[in-house]
Every structure is written in structure tokens, then in C-alpha cells.
Ligand binder design. Sequence first.
Ligand SMILES: Nc1ncnc2c1ncn2[C@@H]1O[C@H](COP(=O)(O)OP(=O)(O)O)[C@@H](O)[C@H]1O
Ligand SMILES: [Mg+2]
Length: 221
Amino acid sequence: MIDIKKISKTYFQGTQRIEVLYQLSLKVEEGESLAILGQSGSGKSTLLSLMSGLDMPDFGSITLDGLEINRLKQDELSQFRAETMGIVFQQYHLMSNLTALENVGIPLELRKDPDYNQAAMDALKLVGLSHRLSHFPSELSGGECQRVAIARAIVGKPKIILADEPSGNLDDDTGKDVMDLLFQLCQERKQTLILVTHNQELASTCDRMMILQKGQLQLAS
Ligand SMILES: Nc1ncnc2c1ncn2[C@@H]1O[C@H](COP(=O)(O)OP(=O)(O)O)[C@@H](O)[C@H]1O
Ligand SMILES: [Mg+2]
């Protein structure tokens, strides 16, 4: 489902050169869950943004569900992303001018799915937010925003879910509930899950754990 071959990514900040990823390769099977651990600044979010096609690697290739994403045109990539991927960003990235319900409906609206409203309501119910449908992000707590973001990621039943520290802003109990739900859904739907987390216990729930260090992924025990 995911085949990453020798990708490298370097950022330049003024004269400073930050080599974040170096010839990193990774394969993930359909339905597999993979946890990615690593220190702050090790490049975890960078890796997810490359996998989602929101940013480009300097070298190497990323193939998702048989398509090399960096060869797609911008509109093809947006379409592919809406159909294939659900993404939970570290900073939620909700649209501030849309309600919770409208935010969750976006991926299906992009696909012109006529049932997007009902599906968005169902997804919000799954994450325990049926009572917050018409709230705007500014009227929601951090944890609630995170749950809206998770609902948006799962609403279209995408083949791949990329989640960056999804429980980071939730209290322990809510975090566990939401993550249990995410794991359960991924299993039922045979979705591939890439989970970036600091939480060792959560990580060990995944089929495989890897650590990002020095620009590469290593198997974690
Ligand atoms: N757009 C950018 N421009 C310059 N440097 C960046 C940019 N994005 C990330 N970095 C740097 O790349 C490194 C990895 O960042 P990131 O992928 O966010 O790490 P993590 O998610 O593991 O904490 C950090 O040192 C960060 O400062
Ligand atoms: Mg990060």
C-alpha cells in the first residue's frame, strides 16, 4: 500500500542546512498499522507531509496504492488524496469558518458524495461529538478539535490513514478511547494506519514500531 524508496529531504533556513530525511525507505502492507516514534525534531511530521503529497522529497519516490504521487499533477494529487487518504495533522488544520459538521464533510464533498452530511454526522457520533455539530473550531476545546480532525480523517473510509500525534492534545482517558476507536475502525475496514506518537503504550498496539533517527527509520523493539 505504501512503498517509499530512498527519499531525502533537506530544509534551508538562511545559510543553515537541515538534513531531515536521508535515503529513507519504507514499505507498509495493506491493513497494516505502523507506529513511528522519534525525538522532537527528528522529522516525523516532515515524513507524513511527504507521504501525504503536501510537500515533495528532494530525491526518491513515494508510491501509494500503486501510484507514484510525485508524478501526479496538482489537481490529480488533490483528488487522489481526497479519495485515498485521511490525515490527522498535529495542529488539526480545521477550517475556522466552517462548523464541526461542515469540516468533517469536506472529504466527501470533494468527492461529490451526495450523502456527505449524514456520513459526517455518523463520523462525529463515533468520536463522541454529536452534541457539537454546529460549533466552530474556536468554540471547541483542543481535544474536541482533535476529535473533529479524526472524524474528518475517517469519514471517507480512506485506504490510508496518516495520524500525527493524534492523542497529544487529549486527556489520557479521551485519548485512549479515541485511539481505540481509530484502531478498531482501521481493523474492521482493513485500512493502513501510520501513527506518529510519543506514547510507547499506544505505539505497541500497532503491528510494527519504528524509530526515526538520523534521517532514517529503524525497527524499534
Ligand atoms: N518548513 C521548514 N523549514 C525549515 N525547517 C523545517 C521546516 N519544517 C521542519 N523543519 C525542521 O526540520 C526538522 C524536523 O521537523 P519535524 O518534521 O516537524 O519534526 P518532528 O515532527 O519529528 O518533531 C526540525 O529541525 C525542524 O525545525
Ligand atoms: Mg511533529
